[in-house]
Design a protein around this ligand. Sequence first.
Ligand code: GLP
Length: 240
Amino acid sequence: MKFIVCETYEEMSKIGADMFTEVIKNDPKCIIGLATGSTPVGMYSELIKRNQAGEISFKDVTSYNLDEYYHLSGDHPQSYRYFMNQNLFDHIDIDKAHTFVPDGFAEDPNAYGKEYDAQIQAAGGIDIQVLGLGVNGHIAFNEPAEELCASTHLTDLTESTIKANSRFFESEDEVPKKALTMGLGSIMHSKKIIVLANGVAKHEVIKKLLGDEITTSCPATLLKCHRDVTVICDKAAYNG
Ligand code: GLP
């Protein structure tokens, strides 16, 4: 696991965008893995700028998102499909038919999850995946637990995640209690992973990533088993 410590959120976002730009330039038909949350928004803005300036094209790129709230439809302003349209897809030349976000209304979510993973592998696998970090160490919606799932699956959200994510909803009651999420296996199959983290709230997790321990009580620590992970964080997340 490699660490890059930045002065500012903007610098972190630019370095993340540089890594995506390199992959897209090397293979215009690449598969990218995308995340939601406030952290990657700056990187997405930077990619939009570069696309609009003609520096990179998403015309032949395919994207897969990590997760979606259970039973929120794509036109719900807090759904992750809506978030991706607003923060990236609506502003770049990607073919929306080639953008995939797990279906929060899948009838049999676990069977659906296995198909989602199979589709990614059949497409050649994710070339570069961006991840944010939950303050409790979750990645996507893989919450701290005694056991974690390998495949894309339906999961319960923890109290702490419901609380943390309630800032985007009118009230805590409105936050869905479940979500579909890629599993640890799905994420670990990505060829290259970048983790973005800014702000002191992420320091505890970054500290665990800097140490040698791997534990399902901090799912992000499992990323230490992957051979190509770059953590790009600001000084506040790094130093506390
Ligand atoms: C949600 C998402 C995660 C994301 C996390 C962090 O829980 N499921 O993928 O990493 O939020 O959010 P933020 O970037 O807003 O801190």
